[in-house]
Write a protein that binds this ligand. Structure first.
Ligand SMILES: [Fe+2]
Ligand SMILES: [Fe+2]
Length: 187
């Protein structure tokens, strides 16, 4: 499989998680109870799968190859998209923390409900736009530049999963999001 296809496949899993988050947010707005522990599981999916595993591949493996190929970041065409990508990954991290923090205050503080809903809508909107930007603008550019490097990049992705993340961990998150989608859909 090509390196960019691996990233695109991970986007589909992340979008599934965003669909679950939209459902959870609707439940919170409507005051429907949530099964205990499920929001925490979903936030763990975003922190580990979307951020550590997926954004880790983009930031620590894809970007350095691009920079190497161009002879420096600011010699890459559309290098502003690389800056935007990293900036949005940071915003995503802050919003995951904000969702977790407001969620723990929610049972006692009515105000925390609006804050949670704002953070969650912000995250969903930002990450959907982020994925669109990568797939429509950034990745096609990268694919042209990195065609000779594709094999070594794919191998680096496989090594990341084996050595840093752990064998079977990404698949565990695929199952988590599937189960959460079943448990929390509709309501
Ligand atoms: Fe990204
Ligand atoms: Fe991505």
């Amino acid at each position: 499989m090509k390196a960019i296809e691996i990233l695109n496949d991970e986007h589909r899993i992340i979008e599934q998680g965003l669909g679950v988050l939209e459902n959870v947010t609707r439940r919170v707005v409507e005051g429907e109870p949530m099964p205990p522990g499920k929001l925490e599981e979903l936030l763990d999916f975003f922190a580990n799968y979307a951020d550590k595993i997926h954004h880790g591949k983009e930031e620590r493996l894809l970007v350095p190859q691009m920079e190497d190929r161009c002879g420096g970041r600011y010699l890459c065409p559309h290098n502003e998209l690389l800056d935007r990508m990293e900036q949005e990954h940071k915003e995503g991290r802050a919003l995951i923390a904000r969702m977790g923090e407001t969620w723990t205050r929610l049972p006692k503080e009515p105000r925390a409900k609006d804050e949670f809903v704002a953070a969650s809508r912000n995250y969903t909107h930002m990450l959907r736009g982020h994925i669109r930007m990568e797939e429509e603008d950034l990745f096609p550019e990268m694919e042209n530049l990195l065609s000779d490097y594709d094999r070594s990049l794919t191998e680096a992705y496989e090594r990341q999963e084996r050595e840093e993340i752990g064998e079977g961990v990404p698949e565990k998150y695929h199952r988590t999001v599937e189960e959460l989608a079943k448990e929390l859909s509709g309501g």
